[in-house]
Each structure stands twice: as C-alpha cells, then as structure tokens.
Design a protein around this ligand. Structure first.
Ligand code: PEP
Length: 250
C-alpha cells in the first residue's frame, strides 16, 4: 500500500474566527475534488468550530495545534482531547518545536500526549527536529533518534498505526531556509529506520513522515518528489489560501 501524502496547515496563533471562515471560503474551491493527498487545516482553538463547519462535506480535515494529555482536570487554560473530539477535530499536532522551545514541552510530555491522542482516536502529527547548533555540531542523527525513541516510548506497533511524524528542522521553521529535498530525505530515513527498530518493518514502511520548514509553492514539488517525504506541515505559507492551495496541488 503506498503511503497517502498528507499536507497540513499550521496556522499558529493567527486568524480570528471570521478570518478563518474567509480563508476556507477562498481555499475550498481551489482544492475541490482533490483526492491525491489528505488535507488537514489546524487553526487555533478559537477557530476550530467555524473551520469544521466550513469544511463539512469538503474532504478537508481539521486538527488542533496542541492539547493536554489529561481527559479533564484543574489545568487552567488547557484544552483536552475530549473537547477536541466533541468539536469534531480529527487530527492534533504534538510537540511542535515552538511548544518545545517556548512552553518547555519535553519528549516525555509529548509521549503522554501521544498516548492520550491515540486512546481518543485523534490522528497525531508528532514533530521532531534538530536546532541549528545541533546540526552544525553533527548531532542531527543523535537528536532524531533520541526524540523518536522518547515520543514513541511504550507505544506498540498496533497502537502506532495512525501516527504521523513531522520532521521539522528548527532552523528551517519560519526562516525561509528550507532543507534541501535530499537533506530532508536523509533525516526521514534516519527516523524510519529507528521506527523499524522500535516497532517493526511493517509499521515503519506504512508510517507517514512529513517535512516541515519553510515549505512554499515553489519548493513543494521538489520536496514531494522525494520517495521518503510523505507530505508537508506548512506554517507561514498556509495562511494564504492561494499559496496553501498551490502547495496542496504541487
Ligand atoms: C511550522 O509551523 O510547522 C512550519 C513549518 O512553519 P513554516 O512553514 O513557516 O516554516
């Protein structure tokens, strides 16, 4: 079974509900009947409902950018998987580098979130990736192995089926510096081999690994042409409907 590519928009902390609706109105006609790739839009929590309402019947799925690992509790300001499910969200981004960097998320926390997402049938898009200093010190592989092992700890092969991993070199996020397709493919292959070690060859062969980091309409095709690259997690370029549609229609 070939892996179906997945192209996800990460809107970060941008767009009010009205702006989100306007995006969907312009975006959906540009991807109507698009069946080749799975398309997922991840707005901020406050726009999830309106984006789901707009996307109904379109084939475009809607996800969150984060969630707590508990079902409920005294965690002021947090959002639980049950709340996301109740809205109709199907996907959730976990462990984005901005969550790791600014909100102190560790592999251990991300692993807990991943387990909860799986329990609630939310499709997790789990982010891993090295910072510039780690790449320059020749530690990319070490970092990817540590993060892959950490986020997948205690998860079995059968539980891992829905998991999507996003390789996002931190130095490429929002900087305009994209990893070359070859460099991204090398990193994906490090991750895939480690998943094979941990969970078996079949799980690894079926695992979708997305690339993220300054994906734009003009570099999407070259990245997606790489056998190892199964889709994209797109930040900045997903905020504009035409630009994100061009990426989806690479
Ligand atoms: C991201 O936010 O996951 C991302 C990859 O951002 P950008 O495309 O802007 O680099």
């Amino acid at each position: 079974m070939p892996r179906k590519p997945l192209i996800a928009a990460n809107w970060k902390m941008y767009k009010t509900p009205v702006q989100s609706q306007e995006f969907m109105k312009l975006f959906l006609p540009l991807v109507a009947n698009h069946g080749r790739d799975e398309i997922v839009v991840c707005p901020s929590f406050t726009s999830i409902s309106v984006v789901i309402a707009a996307a109904t019947g379109s084939g475009v799925a809607v996800g969150a950018q984060n969630m707590h690992f508990a079902d409920e509790g005294a965690f002021t300001g947090e959002t639980s998987p049950l709340m996301l499910k109740a809205l109709g969200a199907t996907h959730v981004i976990l462990g984005h580098s901005e969550r790791r960097q600014y909100f102190a998320e560790t592999d251990e926390i991300i692993n807990k979130k991943l387990k909860t997402a799986l329990q609630h049938q939310l499709i997790p898009i789990v982010c891993v990736g090295e910072v510039l200093a780690e790449r320059e010190a020749g530690k990319t592989e070490e970092v990817l192995l540590r993060q892959t092992r950490g986020v997948l700890a205690g998860i079995t092969a059968s539980e891992a089926v829905p998991i999507v991993i996003a390789y996002e070199p931190v130095w490429a996020i929002g900087t305009g510096k994209t990893a070359t397709p070859q460099l991204a493919a090398e990193a994906h292959s490090v991750i895939r081999k480690e998943v094979a070690n941990l969970l078996g060859a079949e799980t690894a062969a079926n695992l979708r690994i997305l690339y993220g980091g300054s994906v734009k309409p003009d570099n999407a095709t070259a990245l997606m042409n790489e056998e190892e690259i199964d889709g994209a997690l797109v930040g900045g370029a997903s905020l504009d409907p035409q630009s994100f549609a061009k990426i989806v229609n690479y």
